[in-house]
Design a protein around this ligand. Structure first.
Ligand code: PEP
Ligand code: MG
Length: 579
């Protein structure tokens, strides 16, 4: 079987499928023979817990609403002993070596198929009850231990196949064991995709039904550049894939020499290349890739790695200090939390941060306790190396002024504690269209800008960046985006403040040409993208890029801009595929 999605993290990965559904609440995988009896025991334990819970519920209902209303739970209790469900699940565990959760789901789908054939309305209703019991059993299988512990003893590299995959689930994984990630939804700027590129795990998103059609344990070969996924590939296909892998490795090695070279254009324009990172331990990877600093640290990932503990001043202080010290003398730009309210409590909440709601700097301003703790931690860490603070999701000057006032208050609190605070540049992400349009006004209150094109494109073009079904409309080269970038670059230049681009757009060497042509000279991208960007920049004439950008600004469509850039590139350089 061959599936095609969006290649969002290049590289080749081959492994056995581990299927994860319903936001990691449901794992499906093949177990080694030695684990069969343990899996049957786990099912028995889950049945016991379910029985106790149902008995309690039954008693409560009988006491409050009368015995006649409790019959439903009698039926559910009987289902816990039903041969078609339980004995069949045990048989599936034994014969197909599937984990208990998958075996239960399989037995349930067989029962459902039988119910569906019948005409009996009563029986059809019972199908819902069986589903309820299966849900309870699966829940109790999970609460039997850490769900991620379940597959610790599986051998071989694994390919994670998920309906949706949040960064916090990835954060809990030992990702060395995963040769690829596949998701039913998502697209290039989906945070999970960004993280996959960052940790160098090949990934394909937008596969629609991969988590349903790929059987647990199937061998899966993934090309994270082309978006192709081969399930149980024949030997010839596997060989072909391995050959691609070798070509890719060779290509990456060919870029190694660029890591140490400065990113300067052919005609001598100095460019600053920094890295986007999600963990305080990533500074080393940024350095190795040849980045001069950290242009974007997504601090909200601290919540994904460390949960609630990450909200405390001390935990954050330790994390920021580690990052700053390991990057010094390179500078580090730390973005304050860009999450929605629910995610402050649970990094997994709602899957995504509220796209238009209380998130980013709005939430920080609404949650002064959280904001002040973060600002104090940042200001203290600034004593250990060059640090800049950046606010996400700012929509206008008023918000920025309020956020700056919050920094002053945090500094005063620290001084009252006897802690000195060095001057710290305060910048703003330009990622909301209103911020871009009023960037001349924002420039009065900002020490620097960083253009977050991932969100800027999403909001300018009204295209959900996480939705694969509209990813064809997510056009970084849309004339609206090209013009907006010029507007922001000019506003920064007039005010004499630095401006960088930290969205994924900068990681594409072809687009990088346009950005340089628009007068932008600072970029931040995933560490893996840095060597290729250096190669592209060193082969580029900024003067020629300026001429191409002038033509791009007159183009009417994204396709026209793309054609202009493609013609320019083929006439000049030998840039390879994007990393
Ligand atoms: C952006 O929006 O471009 C950005 C860099 O931030 P994030 O991807 O975290 O939204
Ligand atoms: Mg953003």
């Amino acid at each position: 079987m061959r599936l095609t999605g969006l290649g969002v993290s290049p590289g080749i990965g081959v492994g056995k499928a581990l299927v994860l559904r319903r936001g990691a609440r449901d794992f499906r995988f093949r177990i080694p023979p030695a684990r069969v009896e343990r899996e049957i025991e786990l099912l028995a334990e889950a049945r016991q817990r379910s029985r106790e819970q149902l008995q309690q519920i039954r008693q409560r209902i009988a006491a409050s609403a009368g015995a006649e209303h409790a019959y439903l739970f009698d039926a559910q209790l009987l289902m816990l002993d039903d041969a078609m469900l339980i004995d069949r699940a045990v048989e599936i565990i034994r014969t197909e070596q599937l984990n208990a959760g998958s075996a239960l789901e399989r037995a349930f789908s067989e029962i459902s198929a039988l119910f569906d054939q019948g005409e009996d309305a009563y029986l059809k209703e019972r199908q819902g009850d069986v589903g309820d019991v299966v849900g309870r059993l699966c829940m109790n299988l999970r609460t039997g231990g850490d769900p991620l512990e379940q597959f610790k003893d599986l051998d071989g590299p694994l390919v994670l196949v998920a309906d949706e995959l949040t960064p916090s689930v990835i954060a809990q994984l030992d990702w060395q064991r995963f040769s690829a990630f596949l998701t039913d939804g998502g697209s290039w700027t989906y945070h999970t995709a960004i993280l996959a590129r960052s940790i160098h795990v090949p990934a394909v998103a937008g596969l629609r039904n991969a988590s349903t059609v790929i059987a647990p344990g199937a061998v899966v070969a993934v090309d994270g550049a082309s978006g192709e996924v081969f399930v149980d590939p024949d030997p010839a296909t596997l060989e072909h894939i391995r050959a691609r892998q070798q070509r890719r490795e060779k290509f990456e090695q060919s870029l190694d020499e660029y890591r140490r070279l400065p990113p300067v254009t052919e005609d001598g324009i100095q460019i600053r290349l920094e890295a986007n990172v999600e963990s305080p331990d990533d500074a080393m990877r940024a350095r190795e890739a040849g980045a001069e600093g950290i242009g974007l640290f997504r601090s909200e990932f601290l919540l994904a790695w460390g949960g609630q503990d990450a909200l405390t001043e001390e935990t954050q202080f330790a994390a920021y200090t580690r990052l700053v010290e390991s990057m010094a003398p390179g500078r580090v730009t730390i973005r304050t939390f860009d999450v929605s309210e629910g995610q402050l409590q649970h990094p997994d909440a709602d899957g995504a941060r509220a796209p238009l709601g209380l998130r980013g700097v709005r939430l920080s301003l609404a949650r002064d306790d959280v904001f002040q703790a973060q600002l104090r931690a940042l200001l203290r860490a600034a004593a250990f190396g060059p640090l800049r603070i950046m606010f996400p999701f700012v929509s206008g000057a008023e918000e920025l002024k309020d956020a700056r006032a919050a920094v002053i208050r945090a500094a005063e609190t620290l001084r009252a504690r006897g802690i000195g605070v060095p001057p710290v540049p305060i910048g703003v992400m330009i990622e909301v269209p209103s911020a871009a349009v009023t960037s001349d006004l924002l420039a009065e209150y900002a020490d620097f800008f960083s253009i977050g094109t991932n969100d800027l494109i999403q909001y300018c073009l009204a295209v959900d960046r996480t939705d694969d079904r509209v990813s064809n409309l997510y056009e970084p080269l849309h004339p609206a985006i090209v013009r907006t970038l010029r507007l922001v670059a000019r506003a920064a230049r007039r005010r004499g403040i630095p401006v960088s681009v930290c969205g994924e757009m900068a990681a594409d060497p072809i687009i990088l040409t346009l950005l340089v042509g628009l007068g932008l000279t600072e970029f931040s991208m995933a560490p893996t993208a840095v060597p290729l960007a250096k190669q592209a920049l060193r082969g580029l004439s900024a003067a020629e890029a300026t001429r191409v950008a002038a033509r791009a600004l007159r183009a009417r469509t994204a396709t026209e801009v793309e054609t202009l850039l493609a013609e320019f590139m083929t006439s000049r350089t030998k840039v390879g595929p994007r990393l």
